[in-house]
Design a protein around this ligand. Structure first.
Ligand code: FAD
Length: 337
């Protein structure tokens, strides 16, 4: 059997490695960083089927994630809606999840090389799971963990005039605070002060006070710029999974699910190539087509919805409808899943 080489040990790369190693396909993951590590991520997983997790062999790693069924929406500190999710979202830190997945890969005999950066160029047997390519953009993602935060039960989503921020309870009484903002160079500061500056200028002064009253874990602070949303640029003949192929706007809480789904869709074609029953070109084309078909609708809808959610007129409409319980929430949710 031929070895599948996976560039990038984030959720897509590690879950794919688990799914392959579970089927005794030799895998090697090449990861630029180390484990565990904090990552810019809202840390709530929504819209994933248990069958996908089982296919990948990672259901146990998510079993003790916090389950959230309620979400509260705010606009600049005003609560505008409480929603009930049809299926619970899972709250778990990337610190814990990525660490667990890499242990799982190694436990199944897969190889992981950390602190090694590989070329993103396509090659036979190589899967690109290296996340979003660096691209100049006007987005900034910031996150940190806090303890002892006063909050509603469940999840909170806050819309502001420069982006949005989600609050997700994760393990060990921590709450993950993660926002996507339009880059504003005037919002300066080191570590969480930068996040506070974006929040204060985004109209979330009440939230800033609540955060200042809590215990902020500065070591968990992370930031990322140079991120683009939607379909990502890559070579036509590349075999890509996760964010390397497409990035869904974070408010959906579906990016991690897409990383897992794209890994699950890739197992069959990669196993066929490894066993010698399918050529690399055919396996790549087959997997890329399945993914395009699976993700097309949700990428298109979520980009349009995010644009509306970030626009003051769109926010006015959303607030008006929310206050009257007129947001077709379940329909919208099904369009971004
Ligand atoms: C602000 C923000 C909030 C978000 N919130 C949520 C949320 O609440 N819920 C949700 O489901 N999703 C959320 N997401 C999206 C989610 O984080 C991603 O969809 C998910 O991490 C994608 O996983 P991945 O494995 O494809 O990429 P990544 O997790 O980015 O992993 C890529 C890996 O590749 C490694 N790498 C990169 N280049 C190389 C190289 N050349 N060689 C070797 N290794 C390399 C990196 O070190 C990294 O470990 C959010 C994203 C942002 C930006």
């Amino acid at each position: 059997m031929k070895t599948v080489r996976i560039i990038g040990g984030g959720l897509a790369g590690l879950s794919l490695a688990t799914g392959l190693a579970k089927r005794r396909i030799p895998v090697e993951v090449i990861e630029a960083g180390t484990y565990p590590r904090h990552r810019v991520c809202g840390e709530f997983i929504s819209g994933i089927d248990i069958s996908t997790l089982e296919k990948l062999g990672i259901a146990a790693e998510l079993q003790d994630a916090k389950l959230h069924t309620t979400g509260h929406w705010y606009r600049e500190d005003r609560k505008i809606m409480t929603m009930e999710l049809p299926d619970p979202a899972r709250g778990i830190s990337r610190w814990r999840l990525d660490e667990r997945l890499q242990e799982r890969v190694q436990g199944l005999g897969g190889k992981i090389r950390t602190e090694t950066r590989a070329e993103r160029t396509p090659a036979e047997g190589t899967v690109l799971a290296a996340g979003r390519p660096m691209e100049k953009s006007h987005w900034l993602g910031l996150k940190c963990h806090v303890k002892g935060l006063r909050m509603d039960s469940g999840l909170e989503m806050h819309l502001g005039n420069n982006g949005y921020v989600g609050l997700t309870p994760v393990e060990d009484d921590r709450v993950n605070v993660c926002g996507l903002f339009q880059l504003q160079p005037e919002n300066r500061g080191k570590g969480s002060d930068r996040l506070m500056a974006y929040l204060a200028n985004g109209g979330h002064r009440g939230l800033v006070e609540r955060l200042r009253d809590s215990e902020i874990d500065e070591t968990s602070f992370s930031g990322v710029s140079a991120l683009s949303l939607g379909w990502q640029k890559h070579e036509d003949d590349a075999f890509v999974v996760g964010d390397a192929g497409s990035v869904i706007p974070p408010f959906t809480g579906n990016g991690m699910s897409m990383a897992f789904e794209s890994a699950a869709h890739s197992i069959g074609p990669l196993a066929a190539w490894s066993l010698g029953s399918e050529s690399w070109d055919s396996a790549t084309r087959r997997a890329m087509l399945i993914k395009r078909q699976a993700f097309r609708k949700r990428i298109r809808t979520s980009l349009a919805l995010q644009q509306a959610l970030l626009d003051p007129r769109g926010q006015n409409v959303f607030e008006f409808l929310s206050r009257r319980n007129m947001v077709p929430f379940n329909t919208l949710l099904s369009l971004v899943r």
